[in-house]
Design a binder for this molecule. Structure first.
Ligand code: ATP
Ligand code: MG
Length: 388
């Protein structure tokens, strides 16, 4: 359903998914004076525990979706793999942003890459593998490559590196012969991402590019401004992300991840139809955060171009930090971290830590990029993280 006008503060905004992204969305919505409702099956989710109301059902539960629709003026999603049919069903009753169709494109690597191509945005050479015949016919020029499941991958899960046709065959078996995309392995210099927001009126704004360091397939460090990026590449990436969003008729916050290759070229990797881990620095370093833009976009409020008012580094806080030196679960040394200037701790309220689980993040802001780096380095040492 199209909104008949902006949904003003005082209204009720719903989110499908109760994870940390839903929690930060709800915080932003509440700050603007909205009521918030979260739909999540978990009784103790990060967003459910701070929302005004939680609908505790599965994402496809007809009754749960009906309750959510009846309680809200508009609905968004925080969870990339939320079933597109759930969004489509809600859209029969109220405005849903982003739309099911746009989310469906982002959920399928093959459709996503086709969309990049349609927008004239380069991506890694790839082949779709859904049948034995397609597997046999793979161009050996794509090897060494990475076999990725077309759907449901995140944080490097559902990916296998392959160097030979035999390894490719074994990897596809290992992944359960589900539809996959084989991508050529590219020679990355570094990785960046850009976050844009678009509302139903077609207004489009963007954040500056962020440079991202991954460890074991999971985002570890984000640095803004991106230290290694030229102004020309920055402009090209922003233009590409804006075209990708506008062509989808996208409403909401969209993140596009790019690789910068050693030869200096820019290649789109993938996109996420929601705020993104690499945009968490915006909470403390920008005058409008990615979550506030998510609220504004879905509510049909004006979008203003966000301004970065401080350089920033974000350190992701994974559950591993709670188990240093193989000890029992111990809280990291927050007091020492918070004694340093410009540190902003965000914890998601998850009751138990597990290795690899995203427990929170730490934003560091300061007067200069070098000062931010120095403090971030000290924080990394205190937390037992690898050096920056
Ligand atoms: P996310 O957590 O961002 O959703 P994901 O599991 O969907 O991650 P990708 O973003 O596709 O996975 O890949 C994870 C990481 O693996 C990338 O950030 C990059 O470091 C590396 N990688 C992925 N594809 C390639 C490639 N074609 N060539 C080289 N490195 C790659
Ligand atoms: Mg990724």
């Amino acid at each position: 359903m199209k909104p008949s006008g902006p949904i003003l503060p005082g209204g009720t905004l719903g989110v499908l998914g109760g994870g940390q992204l839903g929690r930060m969305f709800a915080h932003a919505a509440q700050q603007l004076g909205y009521r918030t409702v979260v739909l999540d099956p978990d009784s103790d989710s990060p967003a459910g525990s701070i929302a005004h109301q939680q609908v505790q059902t599965d994402y496809l539960d007809a009754q749960g979706l009906a309750t959510l629709a009846a309680s809200c003026d508009a609905v968004t999603t925080e969870f990339e793999n939320v079933p597109a049919p759930a969004l489509a069903r809600l859209a029969e009753q109220l405005p849903v942003a982003p739309a099911a169709e746009a989310v469906a494109v982002c959920q399928d690597r093959a459709r996503e890459k086709q969309h990049f191509r349609d927008c004239g945005v380069p991506c890694a050479p790839f082949a779709v593998i859904e049948t034995d015949a397609q597997l046999q016919a793979v161009d050996p020029g794509l090897l060494p490559g990475i076999l990725k499941t077309a759907r449901l991958g995140y944080d490097g899960k559902g990916q296998v590196r392959v160097a030979s046709p035999a390894a490719l065959q074994a990897a596809w078996d290992e992944l359960g012969r589900v539809p996959c995309v084989l991508e050529q392995r590219l020679d990355l210099a570094f990785e960046v991402s850009v976050i844009v927001a678009r509302n139903v009126q077609g207004e489009l704004v963007h954040f500056p590019l962020q440079q991202n360091l991954h460890r074991d397939g999971i985002l570890a460090v984000t640095t803004v401004p991106a230290p290694d990026l030229t102004a020309e590449l920055q402009a090209r990436a922003i233009g590409a992300a804006e075209t990708i969003a506008a062509t989808l008729g996208y409403v909401g916050v969209l993140c596009v991840e790019f690789f910068v290759l050693r030869d200096g070229s820019l290649v789109a990797n993938e996109m996420a139809p929601r705020p993104h881990n690499s945009g968490h620095y915006t909470l403390d370093a920008c005058d409008v955060s990615q979550f506030e833009l998510q609220v504004r976009a879905m509510a049909g409020l004006p979008l203003v171009a966000p301004r970065l008012h401080s350089p920033a580094i974000m350190l992701n806080l994974l559950g591993d930090l709670w188990f240093r030196d193989g000890q029992a679960e111990t809280e990291p040394p927050w007091e020492a971290v918070l004694a340093l200037p410009g540190t902003h701790l965000h914890l998601y309220g998850k009751r138990s830590a597990r290795p690899g689980r995203k427990m929170g993040h730490l934003n560091i802001t300061g007067a200069s990029a070098s000062q931010v780096r120095e403090v971030a380095q000290r924080c990394a040492e205190l937390l037992g993280l690898p050096g920056l």
